[in-house]
Design a protein around this ligand. Sequence first.
Ligand code: BGC
Length: 535
Amino acid sequence: MTASGQLSTTDGSTWWRSAAIYQVYIRSFADGNGDGVGDLAGVRSRLDHLADLGIDAIWFTPWYPSPMDDGGYDVADFRDIEPLFGTLAEAEGLIAQAHERGIRVIIDIVPNHCSDEHPWFRAALEAGPGSVERQRFWFRPGRGPDGAEPPNNWKSRFGGSAWTRVPDGEWYLHLYSSRQPDFNWDNADIRAEFEDVLRFWFDRGVDGFRIDVADGLVKDPALPDVADGDETPFSDQEGLHEIYRSWRKIADSYTGERVLVGEMWLPDMSRAARYLRRDELHSAFNFDFLVCPWDVSRLRDVVTRTLRAHDDVGAPAAWVLSNHDVTRHVTRYGRAGDTGFSFADRLHGTPVSLELGTRRARAAALLTLSLPGGVYVYQGEELGLWEVEDIPSALRQDPVWARTAGADPGRDGCRVPLPWSGSAPPFGFGTGTPWLPQPDSWAAFTASAEAADPASMLSLYRRGLQLRPSLGSASLAWLDAGPEVLAFTREPGFVFALNFSAEAVSLPPHSEVLLASGPLEDGLLPTDTAVWLRR
Ligand code: BGC
C-alpha cells in the first residue's frame, strides 16, 4: 500500500510477500440486517476498523450459497453469494470499496468438495451407478456380501467414516461431513469448472484465493485402506502440482499480481514448500508455527526451518497464530504445557489463565508481525479474544460436535460474533441475537473500548502494523541474548527480543525502544514480554 492508501501499481510484483492479511469469518464479523448472522453489509459498515488497523488485504471465508452445514465450506454454487450474506452486486461493491481504501481482497475457494445440494451432486444421485454424473465424485460399491461395508477404512476428518451410503446401495467419499462430497479431480469437468470459477472471480476484481484443503484434491484412485493416521492416498499426491501450475497461469494472466494461498496441514515442511515453487502457489499458511508450544528453542527451530524451506524455493513465509479452525491462541498460550492443536484434541476444560495467555499473545503478536514474510490476523485476535468454551450444546453448530457425539467440542468457540461496542451483548454486532452467544465479560474487549485504551491489544496491533513495513530486510539473523531469549536482527538496524525466562533480562544494545508488548521493568525485559528495538 502507498502512503496515500491507494493500491500501488509499482509494488504490484511483491505486495503478497510481506502483506498483513486479515481473516474475516463473515458469519461472525458484523451483522448489517439484524438477523443475528454477519453479512456483507456488516463488513462494509466496519471497513474503517480494518483501514485503521493498517492491514493490506482481507481474506473472506466462503461467501457462496450454502446450506451452512460446515459454515459455508459446503458450497452449493461457486458463482454467487449466500443470500444470508448479501448479493453478488454487494460483493462487487465491497471489493471496490476495499480497493478504494488500499485493501486487497482474497476469497476462499473450496475445490476438494461441494455441498450435497450442489446441482452436480444432485444430478449424480439421480443419474445412478455407472453414470458420467457419478464420475465427478467418488462413488463406489461397498464391501462385504451385500455391500454394506464402506469401500475402504478412510475416516472423515470430522469423525466417523469417510463414506456414506445412498439408497441405491453405492457409497460416496467425503473427507469432511457427509454433506460435503469429495470431487474426483481425475475428471476433466472438475478441472475445467474450477478454472472457470477462478476466472469468474478474478474478472470481478478479487486479488487472490485461499485454497481450502489445498493438499487433498487428488486421491490415489486405488482408494487403498490406510493404517491409522496415514493420509498418503488423499494428501500431497504428486498430481496436485500440475493443477496448481495451471491455476498459476490463470492468475498470472491478470494484471495486478493475483495470488494463490494454500491451506495445507502437511507434516513435512519441505514437502509443503514444493507447492511454493515459482510456477505454483504464492504462499501457504505456516501451521508448524501455529501449533508450536510456548518454548524458546522449539519456536526458534520452527522459524529457522520455515525460513530455510521457503528460501529454497524463493517463497515468503506466512505466519499465523489463529484461524476459524483452531482454539484461539490467548487460550492456547494460557494453558500449562502443550499449546498444540489438532482436530481431535481441543483440550476444552483444561484450566486456562487468561492473564498468562494474554501476556503471551501480546508477545506472540510482536513476534509474528516482525518475522520476515506475510502475516495473517484472524478477526478478534486484535481484540485479544479467547476461546469461548461454555457454549450450550444445543447451540453448537460445527458438524465436528455432532459427528464425534460431543467428544470433540468443535470449532464454534473461536467463531463467536465479534464485540464492537457497548456494555452488553450483542455488543454492536448487530441488532438481532447473535447466532452464538457472546460472553458478558467481552464488555471490556469491544473494538470501541479498546480503541480508547493505549494499553489494549487493539492499540498494540495498530502500532505494530503501522511500524511493520519499516522493519527491514526479508531475512533475519539470530542474536545471542541468552538461552531463554528469542532475539534476532533484521537489517538495517531492527532488533527483536522475547524473554521466555522467569526473570527479567537486559535488553540487547539499542538506541531506541520502538514498541513493547508490555511494560518494561526498570529498563529490563520481563517474562513473556517482547520488544522491538532500533539498534
Ligand atoms: C477449513 C475448515 C473446513 C474444512 C472443510 C478447512 O480446512 O478451514 O473450516 O471445515 O476445510 O472444508
